[in-house]
Design a protein around this ligand. Structure first.
Ligand SMILES: [Zn+2]
Length: 261
């Protein structure tokens, strides 16, 4: 089974523009915002422009946006449609076919294709998940980290908790995806609901070479049944943790070690 060659109807799935911008920010600036014009880290949020975040940079005394310096900059095509285009184009769906689905003209589709080709030569290739990708979530108690006047005994390890949590109750979910070669991507999420997992998974599908998803039977993954993504689950609640090669035990192992670095 493969997702190569299949095309997804826009009505079936499309991450929101905001989710795509969030993904772009996390990919470009994992350690804080850096001005793409002068490289300064002295920046601040500076209102919005057509509903999109704008930043002011003290370094060059000017503004920039999330898409400044990327292939999405200056394009009239919304970023989520770009993601859709790139996802399918990288999977050998011809630009001509995508132009029909996205209702854009051929010239635009070709321009997007050229930019997409240029962009894959860049950073995304570094951590690329391949083939079978396992998904899982875990919940980490953040406690009072970062607060001043901390009046509590030193933290012990082992704050990793099973059981669902949210950002609000101090137990933010971390959604993880890793392949069988140990390549890993993590995302701290506000909720481990279908929407969050779904957005993460689709964006992972855009930037990786994912052929099949393995996950547990958490209900938030049930949306997968309605998508083009080949998937199989193991039934944790019925006591099963692996069924031959079908398991998501690799993800459980990785986040625990990495998060405490
Ligand atoms: Zn600057």
């Amino acid at each position: 089974m493969t997702i190569r060659g299949s095309i997804l109807k826009i009505s079936d799935f499309m991450p929101t523009e905001e989710k795509c911008l969030e993904h772009l920010r996390e990919t470009r600036w994992p350690n804080g915002i850096i001005c793409p014009i002068c490289g300064s880290t002295e920046t601040k949020r500076n209102g919005t422009e057509s509903g999109k975040q704008r930043y002011y940079c003290y370094g060059h005394d000017g503004t920039f946006r999330d898409t400044t310096g990327t292939i999405f900059c200056g394009s009239k095509i919304p970023i989520n449609r770009w993601y859709y285009f790139i996802f399918h184009y990288q999977r050998n769906i011809p630009a001509k076919r995508l132009m029909e689905v996205l209702e854009i003209n051929y010239k635009t589709a070709l321009r997007m294709a050229r930019k997409a080709q240029e962009s894959v030569k860049g950073s995304c290739e570094e951590i690329k998940l391949k083939d079978v990708v396992e998904f899982d979530e875990l919940y980490l108690r953040c406690g009072e980290k970062g607060k001043l006047n901390l009046n509590r005994p030193p933290r012990k390890r082992g704050l990793k908790l099973r059981g669902r949590g949210t950002m609000d109750d101090d137990k933010p979910p971390i959604i993880g995806a890793c392949d069988r070669n140990g390549n890993l991507r993590l995302k701290v999420s506000e909720h481990a609901d279908s929407n969050s997992i779904c957005s993460f998974l689709v964006i992972m599908a855009v930037i990786s070479d994912m052929m099949k998803v393995f996950m547990d039977d958490f209900t938030a993954y049930r949306f997968l049944d309605k998508t083009w993504i080949p998937h199989e689950s193991v039934n944790h609640s019925a006591g099963g943790y692996a069924r031959g090669k079908v398991h998501n035990n690799t993800t459980l192992k990785f986040p625990k070690e990495l998060l405490w670095l």
